[in-house]
Design a protein around this ligand. Sequence first.
Ligand code: HEC
Ligand code: HEC
Ligand code: HEC
Length: 433
Amino acid sequence: MILSKSEKSRINHMKSRSNRKLFYLAAGILFLIACEHEPQDFMPDDNNGNEPGTCDTINVSYKGSVYPIFENHCLSCHSGPNPDYGIDLTNYSDVAAIAQNGTLLGALKRLEGYYPMPKDQQPLNVCEIRTIEIWINDTTFEEIECDTSNLTFPGTVQPILQAKCFECHSGQNPEAGIDLSDYSQVATLAQNGALLGVIKHEPGYVPMPQNGSKLDSCSIAQIEKWVNDTSFNNPPGGDPCHPDTIYFEKDLLPVLQSSCALANCHDDITQEDGVQLTDYASVMATADVDPFDPEGSDLYEVLIETDPDKRMPPPPNNPLTQEQINMVYKWIAQGAQDLHCDEDCDTVNVTFGGTVWPMVQNSCFGCHSGGNPSGGIPLENHADLVAVAETGQLMGALNWEAGYANMPRNGNQWSVCDRRAVEIWIEEGMPNN
Ligand code: HEC
Ligand code: HEC
Ligand code: HEC
Protein backbone atom coordinates (compact mmCIF):
# COMPACT_ATOMS: atom_id res chain seq x y z
CA MET A 1 0.00 0.00 0.00
CA ILE A 2 1.06 3.54 -0.62
CA LEU A 3 1.54 4.61 3.00
CA SER A 4 4.64 2.58 3.61
CA LYS A 5 7.47 4.13 1.71
CA SER A 6 9.83 1.95 -0.23
CA GLU A 7 13.58 2.20 -0.20
CA LYS A 8 13.36 3.93 -3.54
CA SER A 9 11.18 6.72 -2.28
CA ARG A 10 13.42 7.20 0.71
CA ILE A 11 16.23 7.95 -1.70
CA ASN A 12 14.00 10.39 -3.54
CA HIS A 13 13.19 11.91 -0.22
CA MET A 14 16.87 12.48 0.54
CA LYS A 15 17.38 14.01 -2.85
CA SER A 16 14.53 16.39 -2.40
CA ARG A 17 15.79 17.21 1.07
CA SER A 18 19.07 18.50 -0.33
CA ASN A 19 17.15 20.44 -2.94
CA ARG A 20 15.14 21.86 -0.14
CA LYS A 21 18.28 23.13 1.60
CA LEU A 22 19.02 25.23 -1.43
CA PHE A 23 15.45 26.43 -1.39
CA TYR A 24 15.68 27.52 2.25
CA LEU A 25 18.86 29.37 1.51
CA ALA A 26 17.24 31.24 -1.37
CA ALA A 27 14.11 31.82 0.67
CA GLY A 28 16.16 33.19 3.52
CA ILE A 29 17.82 35.71 1.28
CA LEU A 30 14.49 36.72 -0.23
CA PHE A 31 13.08 37.02 3.27
CA LEU A 32 15.78 39.46 4.29
CA ILE A 33 15.13 41.58 1.21
CA ALA A 34 11.37 41.39 1.58
CA CYS A 35 11.56 42.22 5.29
CA GLU A 36 12.67 45.72 4.59
CA HIS A 37 9.35 46.44 2.93
CA GLU A 38 6.30 44.41 3.91
CA PRO A 39 7.35 41.38 5.94
CA GLN A 40 3.77 40.17 6.53
CA ASP A 41 3.28 39.72 2.78
CA PHE A 42 5.92 37.11 2.54
CA MET A 43 4.73 34.69 5.16
CA PRO A 44 0.99 34.63 5.78
CA ASP A 45 -0.08 34.08 9.36
CA ASP A 46 0.49 30.59 10.57
CA ASN A 47 -2.91 29.46 11.84
CA ASN A 48 -1.38 26.91 14.18
CA GLY A 49 0.98 29.41 15.64
CA ASN A 50 3.83 27.28 14.33
CA GLU A 51 6.93 29.13 13.38
CA PRO A 52 7.95 28.10 9.89
CA GLY A 53 11.10 26.74 11.48
CA THR A 54 9.14 24.21 13.54
CA CYS A 55 7.34 22.77 10.56
CA ASP A 56 8.33 19.11 10.27
CA THR A 57 9.07 18.61 6.61
CA ILE A 58 11.20 15.54 7.12
CA ASN A 59 8.84 12.88 8.39
CA VAL A 60 6.02 13.45 5.97
CA SER A 61 3.63 10.58 5.44
CA TYR A 62 0.12 10.34 4.07
CA LYS A 63 -1.47 8.89 7.16
CA GLY A 64 0.50 10.84 9.71
CA SER A 65 0.75 14.25 8.05
CA VAL A 66 -1.54 14.77 5.08
CA TYR A 67 -4.72 13.00 6.06
CA PRO A 68 -4.96 14.82 9.43
CA ILE A 69 -4.96 18.11 7.51
CA PHE A 70 -7.92 16.89 5.48
CA GLU A 71 -9.65 15.83 8.67
CA ASN A 72 -9.24 19.30 10.14
CA HIS A 73 -10.13 21.36 7.10
CA CYS A 74 -11.80 19.41 4.35
CA LEU A 75 -13.80 16.32 5.28
CA SER A 76 -16.81 18.31 6.46
CA CYS A 77 -17.49 18.89 2.76
CA HIS A 78 -15.44 16.25 0.97
CA SER A 79 -16.66 12.96 2.43
CA GLY A 80 -19.84 10.98 2.89
CA PRO A 81 -22.27 9.73 0.27
CA ASN A 82 -22.45 13.03 -1.58
CA PRO A 83 -19.10 14.78 -1.28
CA ASP A 84 -18.76 18.31 -2.70
CA TYR A 85 -17.64 18.36 -6.31
CA GLY A 86 -17.58 14.56 -6.29
CA ILE A 87 -14.25 14.67 -4.44
CA ASP A 88 -14.11 12.27 -1.51
CA LEU A 89 -10.92 12.92 0.42
CA THR A 90 -11.38 9.77 2.52
CA ASN A 91 -10.92 7.84 -0.73
CA TYR A 92 -7.25 7.53 -1.49
CA SER A 93 -7.71 7.20 -5.23
CA ASP A 94 -9.59 10.54 -5.29
CA VAL A 95 -6.74 12.17 -3.41
CA ALA A 96 -4.14 10.62 -5.68
CA ALA A 97 -6.01 11.87 -8.73
CA ILE A 98 -6.17 15.53 -7.65
CA ALA A 99 -2.62 15.36 -6.30
CA GLN A 100 -1.31 14.14 -9.64
CA ASN A 101 -3.21 16.47 -11.93
CA GLY A 102 -2.28 19.59 -9.96
CA THR A 103 -5.76 20.47 -8.74
CA LEU A 104 -5.02 19.87 -5.09
CA LEU A 105 -2.12 22.30 -4.86
CA GLY A 106 -3.80 24.71 -7.27
CA ALA A 107 -6.83 24.92 -4.98
CA LEU A 108 -4.81 25.14 -1.77
CA LYS A 109 -2.40 27.76 -3.12
CA ARG A 110 -5.33 29.60 -4.64
CA LEU A 111 -3.77 29.69 -8.05
CA GLU A 112 -5.67 31.21 -10.92
CA GLY A 113 -8.04 28.78 -12.59
CA TYR A 114 -8.73 26.80 -9.43
CA TYR A 115 -11.43 27.10 -6.84
CA PRO A 116 -9.82 28.32 -3.61
CA MET A 117 -9.92 25.69 -0.88
CA PRO A 118 -10.90 25.21 1.88
CA LYS A 119 -13.99 26.93 0.56
CA ASP A 120 -15.06 30.10 2.35
CA GLN A 121 -12.33 29.69 4.93
CA GLN A 122 -8.83 30.92 5.69
CA PRO A 123 -6.17 29.37 3.49
CA LEU A 124 -4.19 26.54 5.05
CA ASN A 125 -1.05 27.76 6.76
CA VAL A 126 2.32 27.65 5.04
CA CYS A 127 3.43 24.54 6.91
CA GLU A 128 0.31 22.59 5.95
CA ILE A 129 0.57 23.49 2.28
CA ARG A 130 4.26 22.69 2.30
CA THR A 131 3.61 19.30 3.95
CA ILE A 132 1.12 18.37 1.24
CA GLU A 133 3.48 19.57 -1.46
CA ILE A 134 6.36 17.50 -0.10
CA TRP A 135 4.14 14.45 0.12
CA ILE A 136 3.04 14.89 -3.52
CA ASN A 137 6.61 15.31 -4.74
CA ASP A 138 7.82 12.29 -2.82
CA THR A 139 5.06 9.89 -3.78
CA THR A 140 5.11 7.45 -6.66
CA PHE A 141 1.45 7.25 -7.46
CA GLU A 142 1.59 4.12 -9.58
CA GLU A 143 1.54 2.18 -6.34
CA ILE A 144 -2.23 2.56 -6.16
CA GLU A 145 -3.85 -0.82 -6.04
CA CYS A 146 -6.54 -1.13 -8.62
CA ASP A 147 -8.85 -4.12 -8.53
CA THR A 148 -10.16 -4.89 -11.98
CA SER A 149 -11.38 -8.38 -11.20
CA ASN A 150 -15.02 -9.20 -10.56
CA LEU A 151 -16.33 -6.03 -12.16
CA THR A 152 -20.08 -5.64 -12.26
CA PHE A 153 -22.30 -2.79 -13.27
CA PRO A 154 -24.14 -2.38 -9.96
CA GLY A 155 -21.05 -3.10 -7.87
CA THR A 156 -18.37 -1.15 -9.69
CA VAL A 157 -19.48 1.14 -12.49
CA GLN A 158 -22.70 2.55 -11.15
CA PRO A 159 -21.14 3.79 -7.88
CA ILE A 160 -18.50 5.71 -9.87
CA LEU A 161 -21.11 7.31 -12.10
CA GLN A 162 -23.22 8.08 -9.06
CA ALA A 163 -20.37 9.86 -7.30
CA LYS A 164 -19.00 11.68 -10.32
CA CYS A 165 -21.77 12.18 -12.86
CA PHE A 166 -25.28 11.91 -11.39
CA GLU A 167 -25.09 15.44 -10.04
CA CYS A 168 -25.51 16.65 -13.63
CA HIS A 169 -26.68 13.55 -15.49
CA SER A 170 -29.74 12.34 -13.61
CA GLY A 171 -33.08 13.61 -12.41
CA GLN A 172 -35.70 15.61 -14.26
CA ASN A 173 -33.53 17.62 -16.58
CA PRO A 174 -30.17 15.93 -17.07
CA GLU A 175 -27.34 17.78 -18.83
CA ALA A 176 -27.15 17.15 -22.57
CA GLY A 177 -30.29 14.98 -22.18
CA ILE A 178 -28.05 12.21 -20.86
CA ASP A 179 -29.42 10.34 -17.84
CA LEU A 180 -26.70 8.07 -16.50
CA SER A 181 -29.01 6.54 -13.91
CA ASP A 182 -30.74 4.90 -16.88
CA TYR A 183 -28.85 1.74 -17.69
CA SER A 184 -29.86 1.69 -21.34
CA GLN A 185 -28.31 5.12 -21.88
CA VAL A 186 -25.08 4.02 -20.22
CA ALA A 187 -25.07 0.91 -22.41
CA THR A 188 -25.55 3.01 -25.54
CA LEU A 189 -22.72 5.38 -24.62
CA ALA A 190 -20.54 2.43 -23.72
CA GLN A 191 -21.14 0.86 -27.11
CA ASN A 192 -20.67 3.94 -29.27
CA GLY A 193 -17.43 4.91 -27.53
CA ALA A 194 -18.63 8.18 -25.97
CA LEU A 195 -18.45 6.94 -22.38
CA LEU A 196 -14.76 6.10 -22.60
CA GLY A 197 -14.12 9.11 -24.84
CA VAL A 198 -15.37 11.65 -22.31
CA ILE A 199 -13.78 10.13 -19.21
CA LYS A 200 -10.42 9.55 -20.90
CA HIS A 201 -10.52 13.07 -22.33
CA GLU A 202 -10.06 11.76 -25.85
CA PRO A 203 -10.02 14.26 -28.69
CA GLY A 204 -13.45 14.87 -30.16
CA TYR A 205 -15.25 14.44 -26.85
CA VAL A 206 -16.20 17.00 -24.24
CA PRO A 207 -14.07 16.09 -21.20
CA MET A 208 -16.16 14.76 -18.28
CA PRO A 209 -16.91 15.27 -15.45
CA GLN A 210 -17.42 18.79 -16.72
CA ASN A 211 -15.24 21.31 -14.87
CA GLY A 212 -14.24 18.61 -12.44
CA SER A 213 -11.00 16.79 -12.08
CA LYS A 214 -10.51 13.78 -14.31
CA LEU A 215 -11.57 10.46 -12.80
CA ASP A 216 -8.75 8.63 -11.06
CA SER A 217 -6.89 6.19 -13.26
CA CYS A 218 -8.29 3.20 -11.40
CA SER A 219 -11.90 4.22 -12.01
CA ILE A 220 -11.12 4.77 -15.67
CA ALA A 221 -9.44 1.36 -15.90
CA GLN A 222 -12.41 -0.31 -14.22
CA ILE A 223 -14.97 1.33 -16.49
CA GLU A 224 -12.86 0.52 -19.54
CA LYS A 225 -12.60 -3.12 -18.56
CA TRP A 226 -16.32 -3.32 -17.90
CA VAL A 227 -17.10 -1.81 -21.31
CA ASN A 228 -14.77 -4.24 -23.05
CA ASP A 229 -15.98 -7.28 -21.15
CA THR A 230 -19.71 -6.69 -21.40
CA SER A 231 -21.77 -8.06 -24.22
CA PHE A 232 -24.42 -5.48 -24.84
CA ASN A 233 -26.42 -7.90 -26.97
CA ASN A 234 -29.50 -7.85 -24.82
CA PRO A 235 -32.18 -5.46 -25.95
CA PRO A 236 -31.59 -1.97 -24.60
CA GLY A 237 -34.08 -0.51 -22.19
CA GLY A 238 -33.01 -2.43 -19.12
CA ASP A 239 -31.32 -2.15 -15.80
CA PRO A 240 -29.00 -4.49 -14.03
CA CYS A 241 -30.93 -7.63 -13.12
CA HIS A 242 -32.32 -7.78 -9.59
CA PRO A 243 -32.61 -11.30 -8.25
CA ASP A 244 -36.08 -10.72 -6.82
CA THR A 245 -37.62 -9.25 -9.93
CA ILE A 246 -39.32 -11.34 -12.61
CA TYR A 247 -38.39 -10.13 -16.08
CA PHE A 248 -41.05 -11.14 -18.57
CA GLU A 249 -38.91 -11.80 -21.60
CA LYS A 250 -35.94 -13.28 -19.80
CA ASP A 251 -37.71 -15.37 -17.16
CA LEU A 252 -41.33 -16.01 -18.03
CA LEU A 253 -41.68 -15.95 -21.82
CA PRO A 254 -39.47 -19.03 -22.38
CA VAL A 255 -41.76 -21.03 -20.11
CA LEU A 256 -44.89 -19.82 -21.89
CA GLN A 257 -43.36 -20.47 -25.28
CA SER A 258 -42.21 -23.97 -24.46
CA SER A 259 -45.21 -25.10 -22.44
CA CYS A 260 -48.18 -23.12 -23.71
CA ALA A 261 -47.63 -21.41 -27.04
CA LEU A 262 -47.47 -24.75 -28.82
CA ALA A 263 -49.00 -25.73 -32.10
CA ASN A 264 -52.69 -26.61 -31.57
CA CYS A 265 -52.63 -24.76 -28.28
CA HIS A 266 -51.90 -21.10 -27.57
CA ASP A 267 -49.75 -20.21 -30.54
CA ASP A 268 -50.66 -17.41 -32.89
CA ILE A 269 -52.58 -19.76 -35.21
CA THR A 270 -54.71 -21.90 -32.92
CA GLN A 271 -55.31 -19.39 -30.10
CA GLU A 272 -57.16 -22.04 -28.11
CA ASP A 273 -60.00 -20.42 -26.12
CA GLY A 274 -58.95 -17.12 -27.68
CA VAL A 275 -55.78 -17.16 -25.64
CA GLN A 276 -52.44 -16.50 -27.31
CA LEU A 277 -49.25 -16.72 -25.27
CA THR A 278 -46.48 -15.92 -27.72
CA ASP A 279 -45.34 -12.50 -26.52
CA TYR A 280 -46.05 -9.79 -23.95
CA ALA A 281 -48.73 -8.00 -25.95
CA SER A 282 -50.72 -11.15 -26.68
CA VAL A 283 -50.47 -12.34 -23.07
CA MET A 284 -51.80 -9.04 -21.75
CA ALA A 285 -54.54 -8.89 -24.38
CA THR A 286 -55.89 -12.43 -24.11
CA ALA A 287 -54.85 -14.19 -20.89
CA ASP A 288 -56.95 -12.20 -18.42
CA VAL A 289 -54.00 -10.97 -16.40
CA ASP A 290 -54.97 -8.58 -13.62
CA PRO A 291 -51.75 -6.81 -12.57
CA PHE A 292 -50.96 -7.06 -8.82
CA ASP A 293 -53.72 -9.66 -8.36
CA PRO A 294 -52.49 -13.17 -9.18
CA GLU A 295 -55.53 -14.89 -7.62
CA GLY A 296 -57.78 -12.81 -9.84
CA SER A 297 -55.83 -13.69 -12.96
CA ASP A 298 -56.79 -16.67 -15.13
CA LEU A 299 -53.19 -17.11 -16.22
CA TYR A 300 -52.29 -18.09 -12.67
CA GLU A 301 -55.56 -19.82 -11.75
CA VAL A 302 -55.32 -22.40 -14.53
CA LEU A 303 -51.89 -23.46 -13.35
CA ILE A 304 -53.02 -24.41 -9.84
CA GLU A 305 -56.36 -25.92 -10.92
CA THR A 306 -56.84 -29.34 -9.28
CA ASP A 307 -59.38 -30.57 -11.83
CA PRO A 308 -57.16 -32.22 -14.46
CA ASP A 309 -59.58 -31.24 -17.24
CA LYS A 310 -59.10 -27.59 -16.46
CA ARG A 311 -55.46 -27.59 -15.45
CA MET A 312 -52.95 -26.09 -17.88
CA PRO A 313 -51.04 -27.43 -19.63
CA PRO A 314 -53.57 -30.29 -19.94
CA PRO A 315 -52.48 -33.91 -19.64
CA PRO A 316 -50.57 -35.71 -21.02
CA ASN A 317 -48.33 -32.63 -20.80
CA ASN A 318 -46.50 -32.19 -17.53
CA PRO A 319 -47.80 -29.48 -15.25
CA LEU A 320 -45.46 -26.55 -14.71
CA THR A 321 -43.05 -27.01 -11.85
CA GLN A 322 -43.81 -25.35 -8.54
CA GLU A 323 -40.97 -22.93 -9.23
CA GLN A 324 -42.45 -21.93 -12.55
CA ILE A 325 -45.89 -21.50 -11.02
CA ASN A 326 -44.38 -19.32 -8.31
CA MET A 327 -42.71 -17.25 -10.98
CA VAL A 328 -46.04 -16.56 -12.69
CA TYR A 329 -47.53 -15.57 -9.34
CA LYS A 330 -44.66 -13.25 -8.54
CA TRP A 331 -44.65 -11.66 -11.97
CA ILE A 332 -48.34 -10.74 -11.67
CA ALA A 333 -47.92 -9.65 -8.05
CA GLN A 334 -45.15 -7.33 -9.18
CA GLY A 335 -47.50 -5.67 -11.64
CA ALA A 336 -47.20 -7.94 -14.69
CA GLN A 337 -44.76 -5.56 -16.32
CA ASP A 338 -42.49 -6.03 -19.31
CA LEU A 339 -39.23 -5.22 -17.56
CA HIS A 340 -35.82 -5.74 -19.10
CA CYS A 341 -32.43 -6.06 -17.56
CA ASP A 342 -28.88 -6.65 -18.61
CA GLU A 343 -27.29 -9.74 -17.17
CA ASP A 344 -23.70 -9.71 -16.12
CA CYS A 345 -22.34 -12.77 -17.81
CA ASP A 346 -21.06 -15.17 -15.16
CA THR A 347 -18.91 -17.74 -16.92
CA VAL A 348 -17.00 -18.65 -13.79
CA ASN A 349 -19.52 -20.44 -11.64
CA VAL A 350 -21.20 -22.62 -14.24
CA THR A 351 -22.88 -25.74 -12.84
CA PHE A 352 -25.45 -28.13 -14.19
CA GLY A 353 -27.92 -27.68 -11.35
CA GLY A 354 -27.45 -23.93 -10.92
CA THR A 355 -26.96 -22.74 -14.49
CA VAL A 356 -27.75 -25.20 -17.26
CA TRP A 357 -30.71 -27.14 -15.96
CA PRO A 358 -32.88 -24.16 -14.88
CA MET A 359 -32.59 -22.73 -18.40
CA VAL A 360 -33.44 -26.06 -20.04
CA GLN A 361 -36.31 -26.52 -17.64
CA ASN A 362 -37.80 -23.19 -18.60
CA SER A 363 -37.07 -23.17 -22.33
CA CYS A 364 -37.11 -26.77 -23.46
CA PHE A 365 -38.77 -29.10 -20.97
CA GLY A 366 -42.31 -28.28 -22.06
CA CYS A 367 -41.81 -29.81 -25.50
CA HIS A 368 -39.09 -32.30 -24.72
CA SER A 369 -40.79 -34.22 -21.94
CA GLY A 370 -43.64 -36.62 -21.31
CA GLY A 371 -44.72 -39.66 -23.28
CA ASN A 372 -44.21 -38.07 -26.66
CA PRO A 373 -41.29 -35.67 -26.49
CA SER A 374 -40.72 -33.41 -29.50
CA GLY A 375 -38.43 -34.87 -32.12
CA GLY A 376 -38.33 -38.05 -30.02
CA ILE A 377 -35.78 -36.27 -27.84
CA PRO A 378 -36.52 -36.21 -24.11
CA LEU A 379 -34.72 -33.52 -22.08
CA GLU A 380 -35.89 -34.50 -18.63
CA ASN A 381 -32.67 -35.00 -16.74
CA HIS A 382 -28.88 -34.83 -16.75
CA ALA A 383 -28.41 -38.05 -18.75
CA ASP A 384 -30.79 -36.86 -21.48
CA LEU A 385 -28.86 -33.66 -21.88
CA VAL A 386 -25.51 -35.42 -21.96
CA ALA A 387 -26.78 -37.69 -24.73
CA VAL A 388 -27.82 -34.82 -26.96
CA ALA A 389 -24.69 -32.80 -26.12
CA GLU A 390 -22.42 -35.68 -27.10
CA THR A 391 -23.88 -35.88 -30.60
CA GLY A 392 -23.27 -32.15 -31.10
CA GLN A 393 -27.01 -31.60 -31.55
CA LEU A 394 -27.37 -29.51 -28.40
CA MET A 395 -24.97 -26.74 -29.39
CA GLY A 396 -25.96 -27.07 -33.04
CA ALA A 397 -29.60 -26.46 -32.15
CA LEU A 398 -28.88 -23.67 -29.64
CA ASN A 399 -26.49 -21.86 -31.99
CA TRP A 400 -28.96 -22.17 -34.84
CA GLU A 401 -26.31 -23.84 -36.95
CA ALA A 402 -27.08 -24.94 -40.47
CA GLY A 403 -28.28 -28.56 -40.50
CA TYR A 404 -29.89 -28.37 -37.08
CA ALA A 405 -33.39 -27.37 -36.08
CA ASN A 406 -33.34 -23.95 -34.36
CA MET A 407 -34.04 -24.26 -30.65
CA PRO A 408 -35.93 -23.24 -28.61
CA ARG A 409 -38.51 -23.73 -31.31
CA ASN A 410 -40.79 -20.67 -31.67
CA GLY A 411 -38.70 -18.85 -29.08
CA ASN A 412 -35.90 -16.28 -29.07
CA GLN A 413 -32.38 -17.54 -29.49
CA TRP A 414 -30.56 -17.82 -26.18
CA SER A 415 -28.17 -14.96 -25.43
CA VAL A 416 -24.48 -15.35 -26.21
CA CYS A 417 -23.89 -15.56 -22.49
CA ASP A 418 -26.40 -18.37 -21.89
CA ARG A 419 -25.08 -20.40 -24.81
CA ARG A 420 -21.52 -19.89 -23.64
CA ALA A 421 -22.48 -21.28 -20.23
CA VAL A 422 -23.73 -24.52 -21.81
CA GLU A 423 -20.56 -24.72 -23.86
CA ILE A 424 -18.44 -24.33 -20.74
CA TRP A 425 -20.40 -27.08 -19.03
CA ILE A 426 -19.71 -29.35 -22.03
CA GLU A 427 -16.02 -28.40 -22.08
CA GLU A 428 -15.77 -29.28 -18.41
CA GLY A 429 -16.96 -32.81 -19.11
CA MET A 430 -20.69 -32.30 -18.48
CA PRO A 431 -20.56 -32.88 -14.70
CA ASN A 432 -23.80 -33.47 -12.83
CA ASN A 433 -23.02 -30.74 -10.28
C1 HEC B 1 -17.29 24.29 2.99
C2 HEC B 1 -17.09 23.14 2.15
C3 HEC B 1 -15.72 22.83 1.62
C4 HEC B 1 -14.54 22.70 2.34
C5 HEC B 1 -14.34 22.89 3.84
C6 HEC B 1 -13.56 22.31 1.39
N1 HEC B 1 -14.09 22.23 0.14
FE1 HEC B 1 -13.09 21.70 -1.56
N2 HEC B 1 -14.75 22.11 -2.64
C7 HEC B 1 -15.97 22.49 -2.13
C8 HEC B 1 -16.86 22.82 -3.22
C9 HEC B 1 -18.32 23.23 -3.09
C10 HEC B 1 -16.11 22.66 -4.41
C11 HEC B 1 -16.58 22.96 -5.85
C12 HEC B 1 -16.05 24.31 -6.28
C13 HEC B 1 -16.73 25.46 -5.57
O1 HEC B 1 -17.96 25.53 -5.61
O2 HEC B 1 -16.02 26.26 -4.97
C14 HEC B 1 -14.80 22.19 -4.01
C15 HEC B 1 -13.77 21.92 -4.90
C16 HEC B 1 -12.56 21.41 -4.52
C17 HEC B 1 -11.49 21.05 -5.43
C18 HEC B 1 -11.51 21.18 -6.95
C19 HEC B 1 -10.87 22.52 -7.26
C20 HEC B 1 -10.79 22.82 -8.72
O3 HEC B 1 -10.42 23.98 -9.05
O4 HEC B 1 -11.07 21.94 -9.55
C21 HEC B 1 -10.47 20.56 -4.68
C22 HEC B 1 -9.14 20.01 -5.20
C23 HEC B 1 -10.86 20.66 -3.30
N3 HEC B 1 -12.14 21.16 -3.25
C24 HEC B 1 -10.07 20.29 -2.24
C25 HEC B 1 -10.34 20.68 -0.95
C26 HEC B 1 -9.40 20.52 0.13
C27 HEC B 1 -8.04 19.88 0.00
C28 HEC B 1 -10.00 21.02 1.23
C29 HEC B 1 -9.41 21.14 2.60
C30 HEC B 1 -8.13 21.79 2.68
C31 HEC B 1 -11.32 21.48 0.85
N4 HEC B 1 -11.49 21.26 -0.48
C32 HEC B 1 -12.24 22.04 1.73
C33 HEC B 1 -16.31 22.55 -0.80
C34 HEC B 1 -15.41 22.54 0.24
C1 HEC C 1 -20.93 19.57 -13.56
C2 HEC C 1 -21.88 18.88 -14.42
C3 HEC C 1 -21.43 17.63 -15.13
C4 HEC C 1 -20.83 16.51 -14.58
C5 HEC C 1 -20.42 16.28 -13.14
C6 HEC C 1 -20.72 15.57 -15.65
N1 HEC C 1 -21.21 16.09 -16.81
FE1 HEC C 1 -21.29 15.16 -18.61
N2 HEC C 1 -22.04 16.86 -19.46
C7 HEC C 1 -22.30 18.03 -18.80
C8 HEC C 1 -22.69 19.05 -19.76
C9 HEC C 1 -23.07 20.49 -19.44
C10 HEC C 1 -22.63 18.43 -21.04
C11 HEC C 1 -22.87 19.08 -22.39
C12 HEC C 1 -21.49 19.54 -22.82
C13 HEC C 1 -21.44 20.19 -24.15
O1 HEC C 1 -22.20 19.79 -25.03
O2 HEC C 1 -20.59 21.08 -24.31
C14 HEC C 1 -22.23 17.06 -20.80
C15 HEC C 1 -22.07 16.12 -21.82
C16 HEC C 1 -21.74 14.79 -21.61
C17 HEC C 1 -21.63 13.79 -22.63
C18 HEC C 1 -21.80 14.03 -24.11
C19 HEC C 1 -20.45 14.59 -24.58
C20 HEC C 1 -20.09 14.31 -25.99
O3 HEC C 1 -18.91 14.59 -26.35
O4 HEC C 1 -20.92 13.81 -26.73
C21 HEC C 1 -21.31 12.62 -22.03
C22 HEC C 1 -21.11 11.28 -22.71
C23 HEC C 1 -21.18 12.90 -20.62
N3 HEC C 1 -21.45 14.21 -20.39
C24 HEC C 1 -20.82 11.95 -19.69
C25 HEC C 1 -20.48 12.26 -18.38
C26 HEC C 1 -19.90 11.31 -17.47
C27 HEC C 1 -19.59 9.85 -17.79
C28 HEC C 1 -19.71 11.97 -16.29
C29 HEC C 1 -19.10 11.43 -15.03
C30 HEC C 1 -17.80 10.80 -15.15
C31 HEC C 1 -20.18 13.32 -16.47
N4 HEC C 1 -20.63 13.47 -17.76
C32 HEC C 1 -20.16 14.30 -15.49
C33 HEC C 1 -22.23 18.25 -17.44
C34 HEC C 1 -21.65 17.35 -16.54
C1 HEC D 1 -42.16 -25.57 -28.89
C2 HEC D 1 -41.58 -26.88 -28.73
C3 HEC D 1 -40.07 -26.96 -28.57
C4 HEC D 1 -39.29 -26.29 -27.70
C5 HEC D 1 -39.71 -25.18 -26.71
C6 HEC D 1 -37.97 -26.80 -27.85
N1 HEC D 1 -37.94 -27.77 -28.80
FE1 HEC D 1 -36.31 -28.82 -29.41
N2 HEC D 1 -37.42 -29.69 -30.83
C7 HEC D 1 -38.77 -29.52 -31.03
C8 HEC D 1 -39.18 -30.29 -32.19
C9 HEC D 1 -40.59 -30.33 -32.72
C10 HEC D 1 -38.01 -30.92 -32.67
C11 HEC D 1 -37.89 -31.84 -33.85
C12 HEC D 1 -37.19 -31.14 -34.97
C13 HEC D 1 -38.10 -30.26 -35.74
O1 HEC D 1 -39.11 -30.78 -36.19
O2 HEC D 1 -37.82 -29.06 -35.88
C14 HEC D 1 -36.93 -30.53 -31.80
C15 HEC D 1 -35.63 -30.96 -31.97
C16 HEC D 1 -34.61 -30.66 -31.08
C17 HEC D 1 -33.26 -31.13 -31.20
C18 HEC D 1 -32.69 -31.94 -32.34
C19 HEC D 1 -32.23 -30.94 -33.35
C20 HEC D 1 -31.54 -31.51 -34.55
O3 HEC D 1 -31.61 -30.85 -35.61
O4 HEC D 1 -30.93 -32.57 -34.46
C21 HEC D 1 -32.55 -30.66 -30.15
C22 HEC D 1 -31.10 -30.90 -29.81
C23 HEC D 1 -33.47 -29.88 -29.36
N3 HEC D 1 -34.71 -29.88 -29.96
C24 HEC D 1 -33.13 -29.22 -28.22
C25 HEC D 1 -33.93 -28.26 -27.64
C26 HEC D 1 -33.48 -27.39 -26.59
C27 HEC D 1 -32.07 -27.40 -25.97
C28 HEC D 1 -34.51 -26.59 -26.29
C29 HEC D 1 -34.52 -25.45 -25.28
C30 HEC D 1 -33.55 -24.43 -25.52
C31 HEC D 1 -35.62 -26.95 -27.13
N4 HEC D 1 -35.23 -27.97 -27.94
C32 HEC D 1 -36.89 -26.38 -27.10
C33 HEC D 1 -39.62 -28.75 -30.26
C34 HEC D 1 -39.22 -27.89 -29.28
